[in-house]
Design a protein around this ligand. Structure first.
Ligand SMILES: [Zn+2]
Length: 331
């Protein structure tokens, strides 16, 4: 049991509420990715929790806080001092169960959809990397990894994360080239794209989310790190995803979450393009809680819920987000 687990287990609900009142005001936006358990063709880092645990998170959070949509609430003024929004990124089919759970509790969620995965289902680059790095081997020096990567001394998780970090930093428009090179070095076959058809939501699923009261935002077409692209390609990714959602939902879409979401994943060009396209709020993913003084609508901060966060830890995060959701934990 980690120190956070022990602290979390010690606190009952009234203790948590007292801590929350003392420690923060504003809007805490939690971010989830996949719900369920990973197979060998999935990146395990994408799994936030099981459906049972998601139900526990929502049950307890809804008892203690007003749960709001990430796009609707002005958190700087009025209303309760503390609000929580629950967001889910990417558009994986296993996130449909999240909407069922939220709906059953009568609370909203906000889904950010990568429209290219719905239009043309395929394995995401991080899932391909997880598969291709399943058995760590030494990687030679290359444009992606200037010093190569020695497998010795790295457990499979750290090895996978290092390859993933190299992709984020260097692949840019050359994602396919990166994955082909990795497949060559690791001597693993690329994933069969046919098996990926049921891993993403369909457009009917996305419309059902909206019918259940979920809020929908855009998350790019192909999930690149926007700041590594030219301005023209950034425009295509942002405009393309907003347009497809607007067409399919027949209502305007004015929310966006940055693919990957680190401070370096978006830049001044990204912000200017979003503003030009009428996006009024954009969400990052490097931790943080939005205090009443936080006014940057193009960088609304979000804290990730990860697979090792037990339900007790999620409740502790909501009590002391300044500590447990701090950006320093993402560095
Ligand atoms: Zn994403």
């Amino acid at each position: 049991m980690s120190r956070t687990d022990r602290l979390a287990a010690l606190l009952n609900r009234s203790g948590l509420d007292r801590l929350a009142r003392l420690s923060w005001r504003g809007l805490l936006v939690l971010n989830y990715h996949r719900i369920g358990t990973p197979s060998e063709t999935d990146d395990p880092d994408l799994y936030s929790c099981t459906a049972d645990d998601f139900d526990k998170h929502v049950t307890e959070l809804a008892k203690r806080f007003e749960i709001v949509t990430a796009g609707s609430t002005q958190w700087q003024t009025g209303g309760p001092a503390r609000r929580i929004a629950i967001t889910l990124d990417d558009g994986y089919a296993d996130q449909n169960v999240g909407a069922e759970i939220l709906h059953r509790h009568g609370v909203p969620g906000t889904y950010f959809i990568t429209t290219g995965f719905i239009d043309k289902p395929q394995h995401a680059w991080w899932d391909e990397i997880a598969w291709l790095t399943g058995t760590p081997v030494d990687l030679p020096a290359s444009q992606w990894l200037p010093d190569g990567l020695a497998a010795a001394g790295l457990d499979p998780t750290r090895y996978r994360r290092k390859v993933n970090a190299a992709y984020k930093a260097k692949a840019g428009e050359k994602g396919e080239e990166f994955l082909a090179a990795l497949a060559g070095w690791t001597d693993r076959p690329r994933l069969d794209q046919h098996v990926s058809a049921d891993r993403w939501m369909t457009w009917d699923d996305v419309r059902t989310l909206a019918e259940r009261g979920m809020e929908i935002g855009a998350h790019s077409v192909t999930h690149p790190v926007l700041a590594t692209l030219t301005a023209q390609r950034q425009r295509e990714e942002i405009e393309g995803s907003v347009r497809r959602l607007t067409e399919e939902l027949r209502s305007p879409v004015d929310l966006f979450s940055y693919p990957v979401g680190a401070r370096t994943s978006f830049d001044a060009t990204t912000r200017a393009l979003l503003t030009e396209m009428g996006v009024r709020r954009a969400f990052s993913f490097y931790g943080g809680v939005n205090g009443r003084e936080h006014t940057d609508a193009m960088d609304v901060q979000r804290a990730g819920v990860f697979g090792d966060h037990t339900p007790d830890v999620v409740q502790a995060m909501s009590a002391v987000p300044g500590i447990l959701c701090s950006p320093s934990r993402y560095a």
